[in-house]
Design a protein around this ligand. Structure first.
Ligand SMILES: Nc1nc2c(ncn2[C@@H]2O[C@H](COP(=O)(O)OP(=O)(O)OP(=O)(O)O)[C@@H](O)[C@H]2O)c(=O)[nH]1
Ligand SMILES: [Mg+2]
Length: 269
């Protein structure tokens, strides 16, 4: 193991084997909401333009497939016509993933806050163009049963974390405060970590990789989110099968979210 690896400060240590993959997959695919709750667990992907929100949903859906067969049902990419502009949802079992437009493409900032609040409350219909949407009062945006968000994954491109300006980070803090105030469960998902130099063969030790830990420390300091709630996924895959390690990384985040949301739902039934 090279000097870039350290057990100190390691936040997660998922076993990277078939057995753990089966445990994670069984739990998530068969998950049922606690008594007194109906519908789905709604998880919102939120982040800057191009962070990998849509790609992460494709990875979740692929990892949840019994055989890890890949899906690209969520449009992704960096071309202007592949940017996400509308609020969309994708479901598997009792899990529903909500895709949003990159928040820094929405103007002005004050309205982005209102929009986020309305999305969290389930007041924005699926298919709404978030770029054009002018938030009005909650009265004219009634709550849509089943659209209330339970958890938010703040998606960050790990390769640009240290290049985000203070101004943008301040705006992000305001947005994540809104999520925190609503008691919605929050995690950070780092994408594109392979571009930090972590090879596939080393994914088992990814959370011990020092440059990644430094990104987590940096993100934790600037977002106020605990390091224990910071995870990584890899959305770079080709072909019709996603590797076991990529599946485990993705399902590990999901399991963490669902177990915490489930605990919360049980107290509110
Ligand atoms: N190498 C690598 N590329 C990734 C990863 N995740 C996303 N990408 C690439 O990053 C680009 C943007 O990904 P998207 O998933 O479309 O990003 P997004 O956050 O949905 O972007 P918007 O909807 O435009 O805000 C695409 O070209 C993806 O292939 C990753 O984990 N690794
Ligand atoms: Mg997108």
């Amino acid at each position: 193991m090279g000097s870039d690896y350290s057990k100190d400060g390691c936040v997660h240590n998922p076993p990277m084997d078939e057995r753990n993959l089966k445990v994670l997959k069984d739990y998530l695919r068969n998950y049922e909401l606690p008594k007194g709750h109906e519908g789905y667990v709604n998880i919102l992907m939120f982040g800057m333009v191009g962070a990998g929100k849509s790609s992460t949903i494709n990875t979740f859906l692929s990892a949840l497939d019994p055989n890890g067969r890949t899906t690209t049902c969520v449009p992704t990419g960096t071309n202007p016509d592949s940017l996400t502009t509308e609020l969309r949802s994708y479901k598997l079992g009792k899990l529903k993933f909500w895709d949003t437009a990159g928040w820094n493409a929405l103007e002005p900032c004050q309205e982005t806050k209102v929009l986020l609040r309305l999305i969290l409350e389930g007041r924005i219909p699926i298919g709404t163009n978030l770029h054009d949407f002018i938030p009005t009062s909650a009265k004219v945006n009634p709550v849509i049963l089943g659209n209330v968000i339970h958890g938010v994954a703040f998606v960050f491109d790990t390769t640009v974390v240290d290049k985000i300006s203070d101004d943008i980070m301040k705006q992000f803090q305001d947005l994540q405060t809104i999520v925190a105030q609503k008691c919605v469960y929050r995690v950070v998902i780092g994408t594109k970590f392979e571009n930090l130099g972590i090879e596939e063969k080393n994914h088992a030790w990814i959370y011990e990789y020092k440059p990644l830990q430094q990104k987590f420390i940096q993100l934790s300091a600037s977002t106020g989110i605990n390091k224990q709630c910071m995870f990584v996924v890899s959305n770079q895959w080709n072909g019709d099968q996603i590797t076991m390690i990529k599946q485990i990384l993705a399902l590990y985040v999901l399991e963490h979210m669902i177990r915490n949301i489930d605990r919360y739902l049980k107290t509110t039934a």
